[in-house]
Design a protein around this ligand. Structure first.
Ligand code: COA
Ligand code: ZN
Length: 306
């Protein structure tokens, strides 16, 4: 693709960032946030979750938000999906990408989606089949998301072998991409390298891999650099460092998109994202979200100076 940036960033704020807040963000503000993110040059957005509203009330308006997000034809609009029913809703909404979730930790998987890993893989296969039954050219991208890939707040350390087995099972089941998620933010740079390299060896160079990082231990950006060194060029991040899983107590937010963009551009890696416009998303969030939920080193330092 002409002018493709060196690093692709998916903005996960509208989904991961909002799912854990006990405040309902008005639909209009969600739309404004998505518009501002696209205006900043972001080309992929995780824009919401197709989960039952009684499980996550924040996404009771997901159909309305998605319909608006999908008016941005220059961006890939994706959604988190925990089961077949969610995929049916996402496909009906016309999403460009589906992010399916299975945790490597059996305990976290049970807490999060109330299924065993094996049952969840069955669900993934059914989603793959439903997508493949659609006309070519009208099939959403299907990512196999691996939650708790670098540690779990309930099970603690996660074996590299179980991550690699789940990644291989996803690939076998027809995932278009594998997402390695540090759901609770326990990763360290050497662990990132070890797991990324192991999965890469198993799946070969053609499989698209992305990293989803949280900053619980303050190592989020160091982990992103470790991912870059291991060959990763696709990252999730959230504006103002929003984010957290309802079943990952104590976890901090996602790596901060603003800080990640700044660091990558300083490293000479293009992102296609304009930092000033990205920083402007803070005002939309501040109008609805208490300051204690909003982080970001650039925001705190008042950089970049006008
Ligand atoms: N969207 C809307 N409704 C859904 C749904 C979906 N994706 N999945 C299930 N339902 C409905 C069912 O139709 C059923 O409705 P009914 O009671 O009117 O018959 C009801 O919800 C229960 O369905 P069931 O399949 O038994 O779900 P469950 O109660 O076992 O819950 C999940 C399973 C996956 C839906 C739930 O655990 C979940 O949403 N988890 C995701 C949590 C999350 O967002 N985590 C953070 C992101 S990783
Ligand atoms: Zn997350």
């Amino acid at each position: 693709m002409a002018n493709a940036p060196d690093v692709h960033i998916c903005e996960a704020g509208p989904r991961d960032g909002l799912q854990n807040l006990d405040i309902f963000i008005p639909t209009e503000a969600k739309r404004a946030l998505i518009d501002a993110i696209v205006a900043a040059g972001v080309r992929e957005i995780d824009a919401g979750s197709f989960v039952p509203p009684k499980v996550v009330p924040q996404f009771a308006d997901v159909e309305i938000v998605m319909a608006h997000a999908l008016t941005h034809k220059d961006a890939t609009i994706g959604a988190l999906v925990p089961n077949f029913k969610g995929a049916e809703r996402a496909i009906a909404a016309g999403v460009d990408a589906i992010y399916f979730v299975i945790s490597v930790s059996e305990t976290h998987n049970q807490a999060n989606v109330r299924r065993t890993i094996e049952e969840q893989l069955e669900g993934f296969r059914a989603v793959r089949a439903a997508i493949d039954a659609r006309p070519a050219g009208n099939r959403p991208h299907l990512m196999g998301g691996i939650s708790t890939a670098f540690g779990c707040s309930m099970e603690g350390r996660i074996g590299e072998g179980s991550v690699r087995r789940l990644a291989a099972a996803y690939a076998e089941a027809g995932a278009d991409e594998i997402g390695l998620a540090d759901t609770v933010g326990y990763a360290t740079p050497p662990l990132i390298k070890q797991i990324v390299q192991g999965v890469r060896r198993d799946l070969g160079p053609a499989m698209s891999l992305r990293l989803h990082l949280h900053d619980t231990l303050g190592m989020g950006l160091a982990n992103a650099v470790a991912g870059l060194e291991a060959g990763i060029r696709r990252f999730d991040a959230a504006v103002s460092g929003l984010g957290g899983c309802p079943f990952a107590p104590g976890a901090r937010g996602n790596i901060v998109t603003e800080d990640l963009v700044f660091m990558l551009e300083e490293m000479g890696l293009s992102t296609g994202i304009g930092l000033d416009r990205l920083m402007a998303t803070r005002a939309i969030l501040s109008a609805h979200i208490p300051a204690r939920h909003l982080t970001g080193h650039l925001h705190e330092a008042g950089i970049p100076k006008a």
